[in-house]
Design a binder for this molecule. Structure first.
Ligand code: HEM
Length: 133
């Protein structure tokens, strides 16, 4: 990815890390508004939900400038997601909820920032879902 795109995403990840619960609350509210059927995948415990989102964002952050090295771990992550009950089409709605939450909470969510996040998310999604058909 373009280094400017990487640094935009990293600055958002740092802002999210300063208040992860607030971000998670908005993200899950948006996700379950867009797709109530995904609610049962996540369990009832809000703290645990926040941890799951943090795991996802941490993965995004670590893969940014070395996606080529991550193919095997990311496919394995995709296979675990299939076992959790996640379907390929669910990635679209999760990406949508993530971009909406970023737009709502980040004061500097420019077109360039949206494009950077969308690129990073699609890159990971492609690697996570190639095996799944
Ligand atoms: C770029 C896309 C995604 C990334 C990088 C990602 C990353 C992660 C990571 C790192 C975990 C921690 C558990 C593990 O390593 O297996 C996790 C858990 C989880 N993810 Fe994702 N995820 C993504 C997309 C999705 C989508 C589309 C869904 C569908 C709703 C989803 C649902 C879940 C659930 C339900 C768990 C928790 C499983 C459990 O603890 O029982 N994720 N995700």
């Amino acid at each position: 990815m373009d280094p400017r795109a990487v640094s935009l995403i990293r600055s958002h990840l740092a802002a999210i890390a300063a208040n992860p619960e607030g971000f998670a609350a908005d993200y899950f509210a948006r996700l379950f508004e867009l797709a109530p059927s995904l609610r049962p995948l996540f369990g009832a415990d809000l703290d645990a939900q926040s941890t799951k989102l943090a795991a996802m964002l941490d993965f995004v952050g670590r893969s940014l400038d070395r996606a080529d090295l991550l193919t095997e771990p990311v496919s394995a992550l995709g296979r675990r997601h299939a076992a959790y009950g996640v379907r390929s089409e669910d990635y679209v709605v999760v990406g949508h909820a993530l971009l909406d939450t970023l737009e709502q909470r980040m004061p500097d969510f420019t077109e360039a920032a949206r494009a950077a996040w969308a690129e990073a998310f699609v890159l990971l999604t492609d690697l996570m879902t190639t095996d799944l058909g």
